[in-house]
Design a binder for this molecule. Sequence first.
Ligand code: ADP
Ligand code: MG
Ligand code: MG
Length: 470
Amino acid sequence: MRQADGAGPAHAEALAEDVIIWASLNGLLVGAGDELRPRAAIHAPLSVLPVPFPRASFEKAKAAMRIFNKLIDRVSRDGAYLEATLQAASEFDDFTARLLQIYNATDDWRQQRLSEQLVLAINRSDYMLDEPSSTLMQVELNTIASSFGCLSTQVCKLHRYIVERAGQPELVLSNLPENDVTSHLADAIGTAVAEFGDPGAAVLFIVQPNERNSYDQQWLQYAMWERHKVRAVRRTLAQVAQQGSLDVGGALSVAGQRIAVCYYRAGYAPTDYPSEQEWSAREMMERSTAAQCPSVPYQLAGAKKIQQDLAGSDTVERFVDSAEEAALIRACFAGLWSLDNPDNPETQDVLQQADMQPDDYVLKPQREGGGNNLYGDQLQQRLRDPKGLAAYILMQRIRPPINRSMLLRDGNILEVDTLSELGIYGTFVGRGDTVILNAEAGHLIRTKAATSDEGGVAAGFAVLDSPYLS
Ligand code: ADP
Ligand code: MG
Ligand code: MG
């Protein structure tokens, strides 16, 4: 379905050219990464045509999103649960330990603000289809820096254009679902800013220096302005350390600009905190009246260790409202195992299994951003050393169906066997215990070569795609 059937390389090149031009004209861009011309842009890594995806699984993932939003919000409020669950991992993982330390250092402030603190979450729950079991399985849930929402909106428009205008007679437009992540994210931020109540306050985008994915972020800034007349200021954590301050009531300003929302597109990786000043900036913001997207407890609630623990018996049930809700999200949990106690007989069993069949598992540390998991031989070697295994979780390897795709990266077209990962965005705004907004906010498909273990677009493994529902 995804090949330029029988039309040969000349047709593929012509199609690629159409895609590149549309992408350039419609802001489907990333930074070119050219040191001499730091503002130069290039089309985002893309799939030329949409990828087949079963409609029922797609709808199931969408239906689960509002429950995941609620679940994560409640987990983030249960400090005792977060601490107990992350305790063993934090003994061997300095990054998790540091986040927990900030959590504890700011707890007095949190307790004081319990009924009035503004909450804004932009989550993304990621899934792959597992072909052997014919089920949709959750890969992970992201609570920080869930990216590519705005570029995904553009990819869906691109694929509609290509299917209709460039003539793909075997594909019909009605199987390409609408997708407006950009408006949803802008509206959630707009709602939080309105709730903050200071019309002059801006949104602080916490960014990495030399960010290549800045166009995805700029789309959001643009939509915030167009739809809500809300301004954004962009700063690195180091700049916030230098220019940020709190007044006695905890109101945050950066270079004199009052801030309603801190939106983190950085701060998820240890490398985002090269010195103590970045950590002190994070702690200062956590101690402010501005909504933190995400707060430290929300970031902790998105840890892979929490995902694994929630899948354990009766845990999810504690946090949602009904058995039906629990069942809906449980249906997409893959096999997940704690490595907190390597001597535990159940852990011994799975370690033995993984040693015999390492390709059936993925070993995951408490990290975000792609490129951190262990597979195959590396997984086997790491599991043979019991020391510090609590820093990881072990996960069933999901086996998605293989498609044939034309991928476009840096202007070059490549036809390969591929796997795809679906992401569903969720937005949430609350004040204290009151829920102001809880929405499913659109989707993302990332497609990667079937030979690649990892899947990040920014990390260079995958391209942006869209679903062709069947
Ligand atoms: P990160 O937070 O770094 O994105 P992920 O859990 O999403 O971590 O893992 C990165 C990538 O590894 C995913 O996008 C996916 O391609 C692959 N992956 C992760 N877990 C599994 C799994 N259980 N089965 C198969 N592939 C997986
Ligand atoms: Mg992640
Ligand atoms: Mg991921």
